[in-house]
Design a protein around this ligand. Structure first.
Ligand code: HGY
Ligand code: MN
Ligand code: MN
Length: 410
């Protein structure tokens, strides 16, 4: 049904773009590496007989017409941008498998009622601007001009980066689709965890996506001489931050389902013999249950303020993004279950700890996801890997799910 070798070869070609000496991938949004990846995938889309365009938010879109041009589109896709030093499968597998599914339909002359669009969303990861899911917010119509002010490490805003990539940030709202335009959105993605591996299954059906809360905590103390300032007279921003990080670890672990990560840390002025007067660090807090997640947030911030009181330092908290957890729709889950049955795959369902573009699409259309087993559950790491066979199983399951969704007359 699908060509596993072609998928594998295309994944390998894609993995050379943004490849670093450290062995990982750096393909940040609106950079030449992301553009090169889009250009390569655009050639694959054309080979699959799709009409190809870039929308106003920078998403690469390949479209296959359906028998009924007015029928709502079935969307399928993922992303081509990466985290810093990421792996080869997070995002690209979903895009390449989606193109393969449509190419297989073309080669087998399969016509569907609904048109189908493959989307390579721009900036799913948020690595460059610590914001993220820019492309899917654009399609969902929730991306605003204010969002485009987020800056990267060099102070370049999203708007400036879009302009340098040939887009007009003032027109970003034109990428929006209306509810009713889209029948469903389905994405194939690597699991990035160990559940499928522990069950010895190649693929699974996702029940829901945990919601990421991203905060930046800014602690301001007092710079001082490392040699002349007694310990009891210090207002050390870094030791205060360190105690807060340990609180994050303790409070997140308590619920058994929440995960908390400090991924970025900046210390000022950064001298070996200067007591730090300013520290900035990020918190990525997630749970499949929004109330549980926000309860952990509350307890962390409460203790952070107590730490500030004791150490005589100041805390400011900046909200970067607060994305609610999203359940996967019955419509897509049942189309996937029917596909698994047709293929003789064990029907196994699991939640996603990682965030995905489907979260932004939840008010636009029913969403759903399929997972492919990850070796040792490793991801966001050059060691990220899924076998050719598992990628093939994932692609066939995606193909069947798409056909199940696009062939029905409603
Ligand atoms: O951060 C995430 O969960 C996803 O990889 N963007
Ligand atoms: Mn991803
Ligand atoms: Mn990722």
């Amino acid at each position: 049904m699908i060509n596993e070798d072609r998928i594998w070869q295309r994944l390998q070609s894609l993995s050379t773009i943004g490849h670093t000496e450290a062995g990982g991938i750096i393909r940040l949004s609106f950079t030449k590496e992301e553009q090169q990846a889009k250009d390569l995938v655009a050639t694959y889309m054309k080979e699959a007989g799709l009409s190809v365009r870039i929308d106003e938010a920078g998403n690469l879109i390949g479209r296959k017409e359906g028998k009924n041009a007015n029928a709502p589109v079935v969307m399928v896709g993922s992303h081509l941008d990466s985290v810093y030093n990421g792996g080869n499968f997070d995002g690209p597998l979903g895009v390449i498998a989606a193109v393969e599914a449509l190419q297989a339909m073309k080669e087998q002359n399969i016509e569907t009622e609904h048109p189908i669009e493959v989307i390579a969303f721009t900036d799913e990861e948020g690595a460059r601007f610590s914001f993220g899911m820019i492309g899917s917010r654009g399609i969902a119509g929730t991306l605003t001009a204010e969002d485009l002010h987020y800056q990267d490490k060099d102070g370049i805003t999203i708007a400036e980066a879009m302009a340098s990539a040939g887009l007009n940030p003032d027109e970003v709202s034109k990428a929006a689709r209306k509810p009713g335009d889209v029948k469903a959105y389905v994405e194939l993605h690597i699991e990035q965890g160990r559940v499928l591996e522990q069950r010895n299954l190649p693929v699974g059906i996702v029940t829901g996506i945990a919601g990421p809360l991203w905060l930046k905590l800014i602690i301001e103390g007092e710079a001082g001489h490392a040699g002349t300032t007694p310990m009891n007279l210090r207002h050390d921003a870094l030791t205060a931050a360190a105690k807060m990080m340990l609180t994050i670890e303790t409070e997140a672990a308590k619920t058994g389902t929440t995960v908390g990560t400090v991924g970025q840390l900046q210390v000022f002025p950064g001298g070996i013999n200067v007591i730090p007067n300013r520290v900035e660090f990020t918190l990525d807090l997630r749970d499949i249950d929004e109330k549980v997640r926000d309860g952990v947030e509350e307890r962390i911030l409460q203790q952070a303020r107590e730490i500030c009181q004791i150490q005589g330092v100041n805390l400011n908290v900046e909200l970067l993004q607060r994305v609610p957890p999203v359940p996967c729709s019955e419509l897509v889950q049942s189309a996937a279950k029917a596909a698994f049955e047709e293929l003789g795959y064990e029907i196994f369902t699991l939640p996603s700890g990682a965030g995905h573009d489907g979260m932004q699409m939840k008010d636009l259309c029913p969403i759903g996801m399929l997972f492919v087993r990850s070796k040792n559950g490793i991801s966001h790491n050059p060691e990220e890997w899924s076998s050719k066979e598992d990628c093939g199983h994932g692609a066939i399951a995606l193909y069947k799910t798409i056909v199940n969704l696009a062939i029905q007359k409603n």
